[in-house]
Design a protein around this ligand. Structure first.
Ligand SMILES: O=P(O)(O)OC[C@H]1O[C@](O)(COP(=O)(O)O)[C@@H](O)[C@@H]1O
Ligand SMILES: [Mg+2]
Ligand SMILES: [Mg+2]
Length: 341
């Protein structure tokens, strides 16, 4: 007998029925974002046949050359949410300024942030990429006036939902609305997200780390110490061997640790000493930190819990260490010890 399938819509409707913490407006917003991710997934899978590969001759606000799919994905999310959701405003890694929802009455109450296409350097080589999103509530003080950038600058622990879509061998949507993490797999024939991973949990211990090792000479001493000990394996201080993986799509590297544990790190390094890190707090670190914590893991910038950071700007960067609790606690401890020495 075939098992009954639960779609994303059914899951969310049920959650809304049994859990008052998921308002109908938030459910609809998540559905709209997930529908946009389906559209992006179609474009991604067409590759060269869809004319979506390659770069544009323009930079984004971060000073990075935009790929065609960065721009296409950004537009898909913009269009889907402009008229469909209960949004007050949106912000994207690919847009310098926030985007207010025009002429909406009554004004929506949510703020959406996203990295429309994560792992851009992997687009043209057919390696997994993704979309990351985060939802905040507009502050009560914003009622009756236009949303401003300051309204977005809330610490990550105030997020009401976060998730990512991964466009890989399977397309999946991994989601939290603040009560655990669930995963849906896209049934391409039916065009629907099907619940396939209930209650995703990250093991507390791991023997797998993810970091771009080519930057080793630029790291701070506590980071070097942690990785040196991992590399020393069974004969070193840790007394066990470690494996390493680096896909260079945060979505794919985080998805791996959501599935089987691991630690992902993009630390501060001396290449750009004035920037706290490479990854973006609002579009990458906060949503991933919420997902990881909701799955029983831990997420810090090496010193502080990521979700407690008070953001100062929409495009703020941050150092990121997240995943299996005991390893993140250890590398964080090494940073704190170094500060005290
Ligand atoms: O090439 P590097 O420096 O290892 O960086 C890889 C990191 O950069 C990112 O690709 C940045 O994301 P974007 O593609 O959205 O700019 C992360 O996903 C990934 O972890
Ligand atoms: Mg990214
Ligand atoms: Mg991106």
């Amino acid at each position: 007998m075939s098992k009954k399938r639960t779609s994303l819509t059914q899951y969310l409707v049920e959650k809304q029925r049994t859990d008052k913490a998921l308002p109908a407006e938030l459910r609809l917003l998540i559905e709209i974002v997930s529908r946009a991710c389906k559209t992006i997934s179609h474009s991604v899978s067409k590759g060269a046949l869809g004319g979506v590969l390659g770069s544009l001759e323009q930079e984004n606000v971060q000073g990075e050359i935009q790929k065609k799919l960065d721009v296409i994905s950004n537009e898909v999310l913009l269009e889907a949410n402009e008229w469909g959701g209960h949004l007050a405003a949106m912000a994207s890694e690919e847009m310098e300024a926030i985007h207010r929802i025009p002429n909406r009455y009554p004004k929506g109450e949510y703020l959406l942030m996203y990295d429309p296409l994560d792992g851009s350097s992997n687009i043209d080589v057919n390696v997994s990429i993704g979309t990351i999103f985060s939802v905040l509530q507009a502050p009560p003080s914003a009622s009756g006036r236009d949303i401003t950038e300051e309204d977005f600058l809330q610490p990550g622990h105030t997020q009401v939902a976060a998730g990512y879509a991964i466009y890989g061998p399977q397309t999946m949507l991994v989601l939290t609305v603040g009560e655990g993490v669930v995963g849906f797999t896209l049934d391409r024939e039916m065009g629907s997200w099907v619940l396939t991973h209930e209650n995703m949990q990250i093991p507390e211990d791991t023997q797998e780390f993810a970091i771009n090792m080519s930057n080793v000479r630029h790291w701070a001493p506590p980071m070097k110490r942690y990785i040196d000990e991992c590399l020393a394996g069974k004969d070193g201080a840790r007394g066990k061997n470690f494996n390493m993986r680096w896909i260079a799509s945060m979505v794919a590297d985080v998805h791996r640790l959501m599935m089987r544990g691991g630690i992902f790190m993009y630390p501060w390094d001396a290449r750009e000493p004035n920037k706290p890190g490479k990854l973006r707090l609002m579009y990458e670190a906060n949503p991933m930190a919420m997902l990881v914590e909701q799955a029983g893991g831990m997420a810090t910038d090496g010193r502080r819990r990521i979700l407690d950071i008070e953001p100062k700007g929409m495009h703020e960067r941050v150092s990121v260490m997240l995943g299996s609790k005991n390893e993140v606690a250890r590398v964080t401890q090494y940073h704190l010890e170094a500060d005290q020495a």
